[in-house]
Design a protein around this ligand. Structure first.
Ligand code: NAD
Length: 470
């Protein structure tokens, strides 16, 4: 069985204990992941600190080149990494799956390499010259989830390196293998210690967030854990970027053209079998088009193949782990008992793997957990509305604020509704689209700060003012 190791200070480091990582489609063991200890974490932080002493003095051109190297390495190894990702995460190789995720890794790294944070002259007068410089923060601690493990790792690592920082990353214990291998490959092409990885249990994440030598934490995961990270980071007043859970609403207006919009609506909700922070997770549909929207989604969704990720026919995969699988089953069963009407799917698939079929639930209401909570699975609750103001109030009336969307035909009305929706991103006639040049982040409990673009890059720096008398 293939064993994977941690990368610390440019070298592969073995652990005393290894854990089997299983394919959620079949239950077969994919590989063995090292269970890192606090001693490994200390070694990794020391290695990153040592590397920072040099890397902080690197030129802008050297930092840009390092990010281009990361882009090249992930692109050259995309085939191997996509295969490993598909096996441990469950997402199919094809469709919006593992190959798509690796394509995103290369694209994000390459684009982020081109970003600049030049010195800004704030005042240049006969009396003084005031400049604003961007300085690296130091050793960045990165903590990642299991849904898009490699892309999110790249989102954390590349802007850190681009701005002169070094990194210690801790992947999710559910999906560590792809990250361990990707960092091994990246690290071999960069100065030692720039990027280090320590796999292991949740307590490694907690210790990383608390550690006095970690200058910043970038965390992507659940709201619950995000709050723990914030409190662990409080004693050392670390800056944080938190990308947390979402429960994105979509509002469908009476003039929607489903013949054009069923495809983006379906994939906006079902991408990665719904295991996507910024997926459409509750759909408010006007009474006049309710049945037509439900029919269109069912007709489209019933044709989408779900199954083992290695089969190129499949474009949807299983839930990644048993905990998530049980959660989705519970939420749907409870909704059914409360009067939700199953239009498609609605019970777990028989056979091996954590497969839950594409499920559309009609007659859902606010107050049902399937509507109020983040389901993180291939299930979309559909809520009927007659009063647009009430639908907007329901869409906004939660702790979440990642994305939202509005669907219809009249540009003025779409823009007016978009303006009233409370979210970091509001989409019109689409959902769940991200790009490396567009800042992305949640408001309310969905997050703190943004990633991507110049604004995302700036979050890995501190401002230093040089104020000179002339
Ligand atoms: P999670 O919060 O359970 O785990 C995320 C990471 O935190 C894992 O690496 C885990 O080991 C670590 N961790 C656990 N306890 C910790 C602690 N006390 N201190 C520090 N680290 C700790 O999340 P998950 O189940 O892996 O991922 C799913 C969640 O992530 C969903 O809520 C989803 O919406 C969210 N997510 C958000 C975004 C975004 O950009 N907003 C992107 C992807 C996923």
């Amino acid at each position: 069985m293939q064993k994977y190791d941690m990368t610390i200070g440019g070298r592969l480091v073995a652990a005393d204990r290894y854990e089997e990582i299983r394919n959620p489609s079949t239950g077969a063991v994919v590989g063995l992941a090292p269970v890192g200890t606090m001693a490994h974490l200390e070694q990794a932080i020391d290695a990153a600190e040592k590397a920072f002493a040099h890397w902080r003095r690197s030129t802008d051109a050297e930092r840009e080149a390092a990010c281009n190297t990361i882009a090249r390495v992930v692109t050259e190894n995309a085939g191997e990494l996509a295969q490993l990702l598909s096996l441990e995460q469950g997402k199919p190789l094809k469709g919006l799956g593992a190959e798509f995720e690796l394509g995103g890794c290369g694209a994000w790294a390459g684009y982020t390499a081109t970003l600049k944070l030049p010195v800004t002259v704030i005042e240049d007068s006969p009396a003084k010259r005031i400049e604003m410089h961007r300085e690296p923060v130091g050793v960045v601690g990165s903590i990642t989830p299991w849904n898009w493990p490699l892309m999110i790792a790249i989102w954390h690592i590349v802007p850190a390196i681009r701005t002169g920082n070094t990194v210690v990353i801790k992947p999710s214990p559910f999906t560590p293998l792809g990250t361990l291998r990707m960092i091994e490959l990246i690290s071999a092409a960069l100065p030692p210690g720039l990027v280090n990885v320590v796999s292991g249990d949740n307590d490694i994440g907690a210790a990383l967030s608390r550690h006095e030598k970690i200058a910043k934490v970038v965390f992507t995961g659940s709201i619950e854990t995000g709050k723990k990270v914030m409190s662990s980071a409080a004693p050392t007043l670390k800056p944080l970027t938190l990308e947390l859970g979402g429960n994105d609403p979509g509002i469908v207006l009476p003039d929607v053209d489903m013949s054009k919009l069923v495809e983006p609506m379906f994939w906006g909700a079902l991408i990665n079998s719904g295991q996507t922070c910024g997926a459409l997770k509750r759909l408010y549909v006007h009474d006049s088009v309710y049945d037509a929207v439900c029919d269109a989604l069912v007709a489209y969704g019933s044709k989408i193949p779900m199954g083992d990720g290695m089969d190129p026919q499949n474009v949807l995969g299983p839930l990644q782990n048993e905990r998530q699988y049980r959660k989705v089953i519970d939420l749907v069963e409870e909704a059914k008992a409360q009067g939700a009407r199953v239009l498609l799917g609605g019970s777990p698939r028989q056979g091996s793997g954590y497969f839950y079929p594409v499920t559309f639930l009609a007659d859902c209401r606010d107050g049902m957990r399937i509507v109020d909570e983040e389901q993180f699975g291939p299930v979309l609750p559909i809520i009927r509305y007659t009063d647009l103001d009430a639908a907007i109030a329901a869409a906004n009336g939660t702790q979440f604020g990642l994305d939202a969307s509005v669907w219809g035909s009249d540009p003025a009305q779409l823009a007016a509704v978009a303006k009233r929706l409370e979210a970091g991103t509001v989409f019109i006639n689409k959902h769940a689209e991200i790009a490396p040049n567009v800042p992305f982040g949640g408001i309310k409990c969905s997050g703190l700060g943004v990633e991507f673009g110049v604004e995302g890059l700036a979050a890995y720096t501190t401002i230093k003012i040089i104020n000179a008398a002339v």
